[in-house]
Design a protein around this ligand. Structure first.
Ligand code: DQQ
Length: 470
């Protein structure tokens, strides 16, 4: 980072995206336009806590090196977004880049538009007719109604709005338009299905940040389960016909407790790329003291497997950040990092054969083990856990245990890929299952230790990772 007011902050990430300072939450308006990737985001430019919702903006030629841009959208005290410019998307309509976002004024959540005429999408003009949808549909008892997902169907735009319907849980309200300005409400595209939730019951009072897209013509629906607070991020695959999505299979996008509000887009090569928000896991007091809050995940590709499950993997461009490299035998134990910073690195553990007992990797580890984040793959239960309960001695940091199921690989092998970036730990197994977490060691802990009972042969690759945000 060239602007470094936080150079001495050991928790501030260096290759995951975050704004120059202050609060950030949801990624918004992701688009690949005229050769540049654009990341907009929910941003409070005035402080490190949630509030004053603006749209921040950054661009990248390659999804990993980011340049900060001027703020794209700010609330207008006299407008329908007087209390905030909330989440939304960017689409190109008749050649004009257009943001569709939620303007908030008092209790009202209202669909609004803004357009840009410059190639870098640096400046935006709000539509004079905002809000383009002045309220919720008559007769639908909504709990919330915000955040947008758009797709093309013939000559029309279809738009899903994240919502909740009293007594029914999460819902997506479906609208149709030919020009993004005049919208007709159709019906709920999908509502929460209790039986498909792992809990077997309705868990959301509303779904935030819905994301509807198609992979090889198969419909996918991602939503954030919300009950007044963020709960989890689910995906469903199923069928789409007569403008109804019938969910058949449920999965978790990333079971990490800090992961929320992901958004995806298709880039010029056609791949589907997703970025999510990594929430802080510490008290407000610590955020204010730090002067910043929130980071983005590394961009992830989303693909569908034959059985309808989704696979998530870091985009290949992440390898552009790799620097110095070392290789160790999987039986090494504590790794001698030999100059590679253990708090900004990538660790790749590969077994040559099916693991016969659990493999544990401790990162951000103090020499005496008093602080450590633990990644554990258990081949018997096929589970991956990320345990941050002992990651910090600070009373202001929250630790937790996140767990994900790891499907068996046909060849029996196993690949665990870990990205450590100061207070961020992102873990993938077999380029399919991911878990993210936050860890705030107080002691500058940055050791890496691999615990393997010695019976499973394999190796560990370690790279330093370079800074990525200008
Ligand atoms: N955050 C946004 C909302 C969204 C929520 C407001 C999820 O639009 O529903 O900042 O983090």
């Amino acid at each position: 980072m060239t602007d470094r007011p936080f150079a001495d902050d050991p928790h501030r990430p260096r290759y995951h995206f975050l704004p120059p300072a202050n609060w950030m939450n949801d990624p918004n308006g992701l688009i690949h336009y005229k050769g540049l990737y654009h990341l907009f985001y929910q941003h409070n430019p005035f402080g490190a806590l949630w509030g004053n919702m603006h749209w921040g903006h950054a661009t990248s030629p390659d999804l990993v090196h980011w340049t900060h841009m001027p703020i794209a959208l700010a609330p207008d005290p006299d407008g329908p977004d007087a209390d905030g410019c909330y989440s939304g998307v960017t689409v190109v309509h008749d050649g004009v880049p257009t943001i569709v976002y939620t303007g908030v004024r008092g209790p009202h959540e209202l669909a609004c538009l803004a357009t840009s005429a410059d190639d870098e999408l640096a400046t935006w003009t709000k539509h004079p007719g905002n809000p383009v949808i002045p309220g919720t549909p008559e007769g639908v008892p909504t709990t919330i109604s915000r955040d947008h997902t758009l797709w093309r169907e013939g000559d029309a735009w279809l738009m899903g709005v994240g919502a909740g319907i009293e007594g029914q849980g999460g819902a997506v309200l479906l609208y149709r338009s030919s020009d993004l300005v005049e919208w007709d409400y159709l019906h709920p595209l999908v509502t929460e299905v209790a039986d498909l939730n792992p809990q077997g019951k309705i868990i959301s009072t509303g779904w935030e940040c819905p994301d509807v897209f198609f992979l090889d013509n198969q419909p996918v629906f991602v939503a954030c389960d919300w009950d007044g607070d963020p709960l989890s991020v689910s995906y469903w695959t199923g069928t789409y016909a007569d403008r109804l999505f019938i969910p058949q299979r449920h999965g978790v996008v990333d079971a990490g407790k800090c992961f929320y509000a992901p958004q995806s887009f298709a880039d010029a090569s056609g791949r589907r790329v997703m970025i999510g928000w990594l929430r802080e896991r510490r008290e407000d007091e610590a955020l204010v003291a730090a002067g910043w809050a929130g980071a983005m995940t590394l961009p992830r590709t989303v693909t569908m497997l034959d059985d309808g499950a989704l696979a998530f993997a870091p985009v290949r461009e992440v390898e552009l950040l790799r620097g110095e490299h070392r290789r160790f035998d999987l039986r090494t134990g504590s790794l001698d990092l030999d100059g590679i910073p253990g708090d900004t690195c990538e660790i790749l553990v590969r077994t040559d054969t099916a693991p016969v007992s659990p493999i544990e990797i401790e990162v951000l580890r103090a020499d005496d083990g008093s602080e450590r984040a633990v990644i554990r793959f258990d081949p018997a239960t096929r589970t991956l856990t990320l345990d941050t309960t002992n990651a910090s001695l600070s009373g202001l940091a929250f630790g937790d245990i996140a767990m994900a199921d790891v499907p068996e690989r046909a060849d029996g092998g196993c690949e665990i890929r870990i990205f450590v970036d100061r207070s961020i730990v992102e873990v993938w197994v077999d380029g399919r299952t991911c878990l993210s977490g936050r860890a705030y060691p107080t002691s500058g802990a940055s050791g890496v230790r691999v615990i393997n009972d010695g019976a499973t042969p394999g190796h560990v690759d370690l790279w330093e990772m370079h800074d990525a945000v200008h």
